[in-house]
Design a protein around this ligand. Structure first.
Ligand code: FAD
Length: 177
């Protein structure tokens, strides 16, 4: 079981976690962020962002349906469910990828897995190699620019339980891996 010493470990890459991790990175801290699922948490993947994308589709449809009221003649809107789902996925992917870029720009190391406290200043990560809801394997490789610290008092140790802890090569987005 290998371990690295960092200034901070952020568990969860939802809006709460990714903001904290990015800010810590901006403050020059050596930070790792763990998530057992998608970067962006509920908000980017299942909550705010996809619902707003779908609401946008609904709003456009409504405008098309009422276009004749303002003198615009258009055929009735037809919903292509796969097209709508594709649009929603694209919006989610762009947002998740954006967080990945911010991680990269601010030297936040990210890894997928279940994190748990193994001590007062120790967090262990049970790494995941594949997304639970997908059969597709996620590529991962070490990021050359990622900062690694030497052990210092007061620092948090992050340990991994199986394979070496390496950030996702595509800046945290499994969908683009
Ligand atoms: C349908 C819907 C629509 C919404 N719309 C809006 C909106 O328009 N505006 C708004 O402000 N809010 C909205 N929300 C609420 C918003 O999604 C949440 O407030 C926000 O996601 C909370 O962020 P968070 O980082 O606290 O938690 P989460 O987004 O839940 O992120 C927590 C992350 O931590 C990870 N995690 C937890 N424990 C561990 C562990 N032990 N190891 C590794 N990873 C772990 C989880 O996998 C998850 O990714 C909406 C929610 C839903 C469901």
């Amino acid at each position: 079981m290998a371990s690295i010493n960092v200034d901070a470990v952020v568990i969860g890459a939802g809006p709460g976690g990714y903001h904290a991790a990015i800010r810590l990175g901006q403050l020059g801290k050596n930070v790792v962020c763990f998530d057992r699922d998608e970067v962006g948490g509920v908000c980017l993947n299942w909550g705010c962002i996809p619902t707003k994308a779908l609401l946008h589709v609904g709003e456009i449809t409504r405008q098309i349906d009422h276009a004749s009221e303002i003198g615009i003649k258009v055929p009735k809107a037809e919903i292509d469910r796969e097209g709508v789902a594709g649009f929603k996925d694209k919006v989610v992917k762009a947002n998740v990828g954006g967080v990945g870029q911010l991680f990269k720009a601010n030297n936040v190391t990210f890894a997928y897995g279940d994190a748990s406290f193994a001590g007062k200043n120790k967090v262990s990560l049970k790494r995941k190699t594949a997304r639970p809801t997908s059969t597709r394997r996620r590529r991962s490789s070490s990021r050359p620019g990622a900062r690694r610290s030497t052990s210092k008092p007061g620092r948090t140790t992050a340990t991994r339980s199986s394979t070496p802890m390496t950030p996702c090569s595509s800046n945290a987005c499994r969908r683009t891996c």
